[in-house]
Design a protein around this ligand. Sequence first.
Ligand SMILES: [Zn+2]
Length: 306
Amino acid sequence: MRRDLIEPNCDLCGGREFSVIYEADAEKIASFKLSSEMFRCTSEMHEFFFRLARCRTCSLVMVHPRLDDAVLLELASNVEDSVYDDEKQGRFITFKKSLDAIDEILPPREDLLYLDFSCYLGLFVEVLLQQGRNVQGVDICKKVVDQGNRRLGESCLKSGLMEDWPDLFPEQKFDAITSWDAIEHVLSPLDYLKTANRLLKPGGLLTLTTMNYDSLFARATGKKWPWLMPMHLYYFTPQTLKRMLELAGFQVVKRTTYSHVVSLGYLLYKINSGFLGKLRKWRALKNIFIPINFGDFMTVYAQKTE
Ligand SMILES: [Zn+2]
């Protein structure tokens, strides 16, 4: 697989001038194993060796240069993940809280239509189905979507390239679209937000989560921030995300920090070193759940205005 690097324009303002934040490790880029493993949601590949740069015009932080779009798409379209499925209890708890927060802004009604962008194995969709809501999901990876539909016993998850998503739902106009920890992975977040805008009804609600590069924890940990990972192409601040949402036809109505609930077993799996790493094999730890919130993830609620 080709590992040539490309130099995309800034996705927010189209700028071509960047300031380097962290220089790339050329040796690592030349030697690391290119595999879909790095796109697994539960990827352990936390070491960051691409160049991280900030647009000189609008301050968007992105990987620059990066792997070719075709290579990234090929890798992201072939993800298989068994660890994520194992950890679904923690994610269910996270998603139930997330849905409660959405309900505060958009109170549930029988006629509401929900769509989950980058639905992965469909766990958030499952939370809505359990409550009898009308929901569908879409993801670029056919493998995880097929796995999800088999698990749900339904066919409410669809797969395809992002530019085809509007055609997958010809009759639908959604009241709410969600996207959990996904916008930082896509080739063009601006196109992603514009696609959400096309699929929403006027006044529809978009809810998305991503890391906050401007958070205290991110700034304090610098290059050791655990979310600097090869699979993340963009790092937003509240300001750059707000600006991009406005460009895509949205107005931010609320922003909060986001907490993930994980099992102690999964936490140790992520730490995965020394004595603590060995502890993760204790199955009992899978049933102890803790909320994780270092203030470095944000949930942004935005309304379609145009
Ligand atoms: Zn820019």
